[in-house]
Design a binder for this molecule. Structure first.
Ligand SMILES: NC(=O)C1=CN([C@@H]2O[C@H](COP(=O)(O)OP(=O)(O)OC[C@H]3O[C@@H](n4cnc5c(N)ncnc54)[C@H](OP(=O)(O)O)[C@@H]3O)[C@@H](O)[C@H]2O)C=CC1
Ligand SMILES: O=C(O)C1=N[C@H](C(=O)O)C[C@H](O)C1
Length: 250
């Protein structure tokens, strides 16, 4: 049995994971962390990871970037594996995650679904095949989402940038009277509304033809399933920085 702590346990994804973990015979939820305490869940909820007293094998994190320092500090002191799903980190914070992975095993992905990881591969192939086409990314999420653009949109944009030897810039939410598209830019656009779970479209527009690669999440369960899979994978791994490509071999 793997002992799990859940960072952000009172949030939307936290609640989905509590339910999902309770039905999983391999995982045992022993502690939670959030901005408030709660004693009705059957496990203790702390306001900082640094307060966790239980023996934890892996922490699953769906919270906010502000909790990163406590999370990394706890994991480093206790040699605990991490699954980081939170989005909205600064470049400095991402560098910090990567550098901590020299001392602990860290699984980090802005999208835990199987489908988006296939999309990353398709986008890479399409970028090469349709070289010269204009590329734009449109993401849609629920009206409670804090960060924009989504972590997934940024992950897709970075995959394209790498494929094009970094010869592109990102243009976030194009706007203005002099906003004509620049050949070397990728436009990234965020739509927010209602209860949209998460949709990502990568549009390749060329002369007289368009190829669009779409992913639509129909429930938050897919992210919980992916996070649980990641927890079971990372718990026995050597120190290092892992992502979905290490689990889903394409
Ligand atoms: N990688 C993936 O597959 C997915 C990633 N996500 C990402 O996961 C994160 C959470 O999403 P979601 O559950 O929808 O968001 P919610 O806002 O519903 O949940 C986040 C929870 O974390 C709490 N929190 C805030 N600050 C801290 C802190 N310092 N320490 C611990 N907990 C804290 C929040 O409390 P309070 O409300 O009081 O601020 C809230 O309860 C987001 O970054 C989202 O983009 C979401 C889905 C899939
Ligand atoms: O906040 C969300 O809900 C989601 N966030 C992730 C992101 O920012 O890409 C993943 C998913 O799309 C849902």
């Amino acid at each position: 049995m793997i002992n799990v702590a859940l960072n952000g346990c009172l949030g939307k994804m936290g609640m989905v994971l509590i339910d999902s973990i309770s039905r999983d015979p391999d995982l045992n939820l022993v502690a939670g962390v959030d901005t408030k305490t709660d004693n009705s869940l059957g496990f203790p909820v702390y306001t900082s990871a640094l307060d966790i007293k239980e023996k934890v094998d892996v922490i699953i994190d769906f919270s906010r970037p502000e909790s990163l320092d406590d999370l990394l500090s706890y994991a480093k002191s206790n040699k605990t594996a991490l699954v980081i799903a939170t989005t909205g980190y600064s470049d400095d914070q991402i560098n910090k995650i990567v550098s901590h992975s020299k001392e602990i095993p860290i699984f980090h992905s802005s999208n835990m679904s199987v489908g988006v990881n296939l999309v990353l591969d398709l986008v890479k192939t399409t970028t090469k095949a349709l070289y010269g086409f204009d590329i734009e990314i449109v993401e849609k999420h629920h009206n409670k989402k804090v960060d924009a653009p989504s972590g997934t949109a940024l992950m897709i944009a970075k995959e394209i940038k790498e494929t094009l030897d970094n010869q592109v810039d990102f243009n976030y939410g194009r706007f203005g009277k002099d906003a004509k598209r620049n050949k070397s830019e990728i436009g990234i656009h965020a739509v927010r509304g209602g209860t949209i779970v998460g949709e990502h479209s990568t549009i390749f527009a060329g002369p007289d033809e368009i190829v669009e690669i779409n992913h639509i999440a129909l429930s938050k369960e897919i992210f919980a399933e992916g996070a649980k899979k990641a927890a079971k994978f990372i718990v026995s791994k050597e120190n290092g920085y892992y992502n979905m490509k290490d689990i889903i071999k394409l």
